[in-house]
Design a protein around this ligand. Structure first.
Ligand SMILES: Nc1ncnc2c1ncn2[C@@H]1O[C@H](COP(=O)(O)OP(=O)(O)OP(=O)(O)O)[C@@H](O)[C@H]1O
Ligand SMILES: [Mg+2]
Length: 252
């Protein structure tokens, strides 16, 4: 069990009628391990992450065993929903720091917040501490969210499509940032995306989901080179087709 930051045993998510939406997932993740969850829309990726954190939508219930590090954090697709629109970004990150380091003074927390904003690549961070979330671009807001997340010193990071709303260039920058942080801090990562190319930027292993059920899992390079399941092959083809037909600017 040593080094394990996440263990799922028969994780199921049931709807209000007791129908399973996630059908029983087993998983063991250790520090430094990176796992991508891929699958089409509605395959149960987000519900699985929410079940891990115990933040399922009303009416849904979880069964099975979840053992996770108390230092688990999550980054969502849309940073605007997670940031507080009425707090300047410096105060937001400082508060996140102070909540997790109650012994630190307000001044110490602000110093830490500034260092974190610099670490996630916010230029002129000292000045930008006073900015409101709406004054920043989507990519910048996601960087602020990552800084606030790092303030909690997680050892397990759950990401739910954190770059889907961003244009391809910014997406690449955020992925590079996450890759660096994961390597530097030895974080364990579960990264959800419908985009295999994005997952392959960050994850060593993948788990393919369909309709709440596991299709296959393995080392990403091996699965991509030789998918064992027809569904994984279809997903690969669909991903390739989308990449080739998408305008160069990408989504968003
Ligand atoms: N609150 C809810 N009540 C009932 N069913 C739900 C609820 N939330 C999600 N579902 C259903 O659970 C299934 C899995 O949803 P989930 O959001 O996990 O999919 P996903 O893989 O994250 O998809 P996407 O790529 O679109 O984000 C879907 O069929 C969805 O309709
Ligand atoms: Mg989702």
């Amino acid at each position: 069990m040593s080094g394990t930051v996440l263990e799922l045993q028969g994780l199921r998510v049931l709807d209000a009628h007791g129908e399973p939406l996630v059908h029983g997932l087993d998983l063991n993740l250790r520090r430094g391990e990176t796992l991508g969850f891929v699958g089409e829309s509605g395959s149960g990726k987000s519900l699985t992450l929410r079940a891990i954190l115990d933040i399922l939508p009303d009416g849904l219930t979880r069964e099975g065993r979840v053992t996770r590090s108390p230092r688990t954090a999550m980054i969502f697709q849309e940073p605007s929903l997670a940031l507080n629109p009425t707090m300047r970004i410096g105060a937001f990150v400082a508060r996140s720091w102070q909540l997790h380091h109650p012994g630190d003074s307000a001044a110490q927390s602000r110093t830490r917040a500034l260092a974190l904003l610099e670490q996630v690549g916010i230029a002129r961070a000292a000045e930008r501490m006073a900015a409101w979330p709406h004054e920043l671009s989507g990519g910048m807001r996601q960087r602020v969210m990552i800084a606030a997340t790092l303030a909690t010193e997680p050892e397990l990071l759950l990401c739910d499509e954190p770059t889907t709303a961003l244009d391809v260039l910014v997406q690449a920058q955020i992925l590079a940032l996450l890759r660096g942080l994961v390597a530097e801090r030895g974080l364990a990562l579960v990264f959800v995306s419908h985009d295999l190319a994005v997952v392959s930027e960050l994850c060593e292993r993948i788990l393919v989901l369909r309709d709440g059920e596991e299709v296959e899992r393995g080392v990403l390079a091996e699965v991509l080179a030789a998918p064992r399941q027809e569904y994984t092959r279809e997903l690969l083809t669909a991903n390739l087709a989308r990449r080739m037909t998408e305008p160069a600017g990408g989504r968003g």
